[in-house]
Ligand binder design. Structure first.
Ligand SMILES: [Zn+2]
Ligand SMILES: [Zn+2]
Length: 791
């Protein structure tokens, strides 16, 4: 039963009327269970204020399942409270359900009036959501800059609407004693605020002030320490002079340098060993961001939201930002100061800084001073630390904005671990271990699934260690023992191997099916009459080959592979994933059109190397077969001379998208036929890339503008998706997989499908990429829908 669709049970027997309710008047006395993100977001004070305003009696309290409310009074007032719980909840709260409990006897009404009761901890089922970390709110921002306020310039100011949450949480329910803030004893003034229902810091768990809370300190390269507030001026001076500063923030360390100082940026790149991957930039405020990038209204709202993600913005070409921030990239990852410490530092400096994760390339974030000082010693010139311990690492989230709205590329701070509702109940507690790249974990308990923040690529030992620690964290937050584990079908994924080693009952869900299921989960759809378009780089297919250009038809809770990309070989496997020129040769070999040598020479392979690659392909040595759509972007980039090498994941596809986005019209229309697949192909239809690449090659030879061809390439792909959709007898198409991080492809495919009369589902709350796999695995296990049938 959910508020808004129902009201408290009117058939309930009348109880003796509490004081304040007219004798004989229609009255109600209810026990309400509220689930969702309702702890650590000012929910109990909000209930208290609403109930007091409505002259209700009773109480509210946190317990491991969320919030429980006992409310008694005039029936219209109780009904109003139920409506208010959803309609007027604090901005950071997220109410998933409000249910009326039948056993009123389990909880006394208590004394007269409405009160907040202490948390109930001895519940067996720990279900409540750990709240995400929230950016500095406008009220705290005002106090921070108010010279008369006792928290003036205090870098750890927070309230019920802002501040750290998941990053300081040790166990649930969310109360100060179960956060790393338990190390700080509140002073009488803070305690008074914390205890006063009328105060905006009432039960703000990380409440603190300069007298009683965490402190920041700067450590110079010499080891000398500078205390606050002198540390602030010194930190700004180090940045000003081109130094590299490690800054401990909310969920981990950032490395910062002046973003307008090209030499400093180049030095950071050199020390970090991060050749070309773009750096994010933190701007002092929106006005500053607008000097360097195009900030739409939607982007501005996202940047200033409580989640405060990194938002990819079109870069203004002739701005003062150092080119080395994102070499050759038309977008810039912008973020606003979300912690008070960041804001004070950026205000003192008065210009944007690079704010990249405090780690070595491909390693997890540093969260602890000792670890940071050791691992970042060769990178940072100084450290701006603080003594509020980070319980779990949380990266910055990353968002792109398409014509249809925002797209989460990395779901972490501000979003995770907010749970999503499941369309059914899980017995016990399932650990879903996700994929290999962009790994996230999920725990399904009760009727919802909570995802960990982004963990990273499990290729490195340090990230695998972070993965194991996150398993423990989720175990602690969700009541200990897992009863089952859900993984990918890829036998080589570190996550799959971990799942097997747990010894728990194991369910494996096919990778691309998990992509489609994640999209259905967030859109609350059943597995019926839907065509899932799962396009990504690589994923383990049901036939043991590498899939990645799949159309999965869902009918009556069954999955079938309806269409696929025509397969080809990747010479050198992983080497081909890093070098799209190899993929171009894989296509040339499969097409067998006699142009192998010509293409090999044009993309820059010496004759000897080309011959070796051809021999590998002839014999199928280390050249796995794939139906990947993502790899086609690599090949297109190589053939068009736009890119070829992927020095970071997705580099070439991003360059192809950027080239295509820089022109208004395609230079021609490229063919991309959808044909009946051969017997035994494992799909009904096949998309044939051969005419597409044949004409692309010819057009390139005729001197067509590569950017116009890149746009034609995108359009051909979008048209092929619509063609397959028309052949499938369904009304709804779900677009998912890493290829749809490409906003141009997503927009073109969505509009082609909508023009053809289809409803289109797009990932919104979860990333299109492998960051959503764990959520899809949970739904697959719940529905016992784990395999894709091959026709
Ligand atoms: Zn605040
Ligand atoms: Zn205090």
């Amino acid at each position: 039963m959910v508020a808004g669709t129902s009201t408290p049970n009117r058939g309930q027997p009348a109880c003796p009327g509490p004081a304040g309710v007219p004798e004989g008047g229609d009255r109600a006395d209810v026990l309400l269970r509220v689930k969702g993100t309702v702890q650590g977001v000012g929910f109990r004070p909000f209930v208290l204020r609403a109930a007091t305003r409505l002259h209700l009696e009773g109480w509210v309290r946190n317990d491991p399942q969320g919030v429980l409310i006992r409310a008694a009074g005039a029936r219209p007032a109780v009904d109003s409270l139920v409506l208010a719980l959803k309609a007027e909840a604090p901005p950071a709260a997220r109410v998933i359900s409000i249910e009326e409990q039948s056993e009123l006897s389990q909880a006394d009404l208590g004394k007269s009036g409405f009160v907040i009761l202490p948390s109930e901890t001895e519940c067996m089922e720990i279900e409540t959501a750990a709240p995400p970390d929230l950016a500095l709110c406008p009220d705290c921002r005002r106090e921070l800059s108010d010279g008369a306020d006792r928290r003036f310039s205090y870098p750890f100011i927070n309230c019920t609407q802002c501040g750290p949450r998941y990053s300081i949480l040790e166990s649930l329910p969310y109360d100060r004693a179960r956060t790393t803030m338990r190390a700080f004893r509140m002073c009488p003034k803070c305690q008074a605020e914390y205890d006063d229902p009328a105060d905006r810091r009432f039960h703000a768990q990380p409440d603190a002030c300069p007298d009683c809370g965490p402190q920041a300190v700067l450590t110079e390269s010499t080891g000398a320490e500078v205390a606050w507030p002198q540390a602030l001026g010194r930190a700004a001076a180090i940045l000003q002079s081109g130094g590299i500063l490690a800054v401990k923030g909310v969920g981990g360390y950032h490395l910062m340098v002046d973003a307008t100082n090209a030499e400093a940026v180049a030095e950071l790149r050199r020390r970090k060993g991060r050749e070309e991957k773009p750096f994010a930039v933190m701007f002092p405020d929106l006005a500053s961001a607008r000097e360097f990038a195009e900030v739409s209204e939607e982007a501005a709202a996202l940047l200033a939201s409580a989640a405060a993600p990194i938002v990819l913005l079109p870069r203004i070409v002739r701005s003062q930002l150092a080119e080395g921030i994102a070499p050759g990239n038309p977008w810039i990852g912008a973020v606003l100061p979300y912690a008070p410490l960041h804001l004070l530092l950026l205000q003192a400096l008065g210009r944007p800084v690079v704010a990249t994760s405090g780690n070595l390339s491909e390693e997890p974030l540093c969260t602890d001073e000792n670890d940071a000082h050791r691992r970042l010693a060769a990178i940072a010139d100084a450290f701006l630390d603080h003594n509020r311990r980070i319980a779990h690492p949380v990266d910055d989230s990353v968002v792109r904005i398409g014509s249809g709205g925002p797209l989460l590329l990395r779901r972490a701070r501000g979003y995770a671990p907010t749970p999503l509702p499941l369309p059914g109940r899980v017995n016990g507690s399932w650990l879903c271990v996700g994929a290999q790249m962009k790994n996230t974990l999920a725990v399904a308990t009760g009727d919802r699934v909570a995802l960990s923040p982004h963990i990273g690529d499990l290729d490195g030992a340090a990230t695998r260690e972070a993965f194991r620690r996150t398993v423990q964290t989720l175990g602690t937050l969700h009541g200990g023992d897992f009863s089952a584990v859900v993984c990918d079908k890829h036998p080589g994924y570190a996550s799959t191997k971990f799942a097997e080693e747990t010894g728990l009952p194991l369910v494996a869900v096919q990778h691309h099916l998990a992509h489609v299921l994640a999209c259905l989960l967030e859109h609350k759809r059943s597995a019926d009459n839907i065509l899932g378009v799962a396009w990504d780089g690589t994923g383990y297919g049901e036939d043991g080959t590498i899939w990645g250009g799949e159309f999965i038809l869902l009918q009556n809770k069954e999955a079938c592979r309806f269409a696929r990309m025509r397969p080809f070989r990747l010479p050198g496997a992983e080497a081909a994933i890093r070098d799209g020129r190899r993929t171009a040769l894989g296509l040339a070999h499969a097409a067998n059109s006699g142009k192998f040598a010509e293409i090999a020479s044009a993309v820059g392979f010496p004759a000897g190397e080309a011959a070796t690659l051809r021999a590998m392909l002839d014999r199928g040595i280390n050249s796995p077969v794939t139906s990947s759509a993502g790899r086609l972007f690599d090949a297109a980039g190589a053939l068009l001379g736009i890119g070829g090498r992927n020095r970071f994941e997705g580099q070439t596809p991003l360059a192809v998208e950027a080239a295509a986005s820089s022109v208004r019209s395609p230079s021609r229309t490229l063919p991309f036929p959808v044909l009946p697949a051969a017997q035994g192909a494992g799909a009904s239809l096949e998309l044939d890339w051969e005419p597409l690449f044949g004409e692309l090659w010819t057009a390139r030879g005729e001197g067509d503008d590569p950017r116009g061809l890149a746009l034609a390439f995108h359009r051909a792909l979008a048209a092929s998706i619509a063609a397959v959709a028309r052949a499938a007898d369904v009304g709804t198409i779900a677009l998912c997989g890493g290829c749809f991080q490409n906003i141009l492809l997503l927009d073109l495919a969505s509009s082609a499908l909508r023009e053809a009369g289809f409803e289109v589902l797009i990932p919104r709350e979860l990333p299109p990429n492998d960051g959503a796999i764990a959520a899809g695995q949970a739904l697959g296990a719940l529905w016992n829908l784990t395999s894709v049938r091959l026709p």
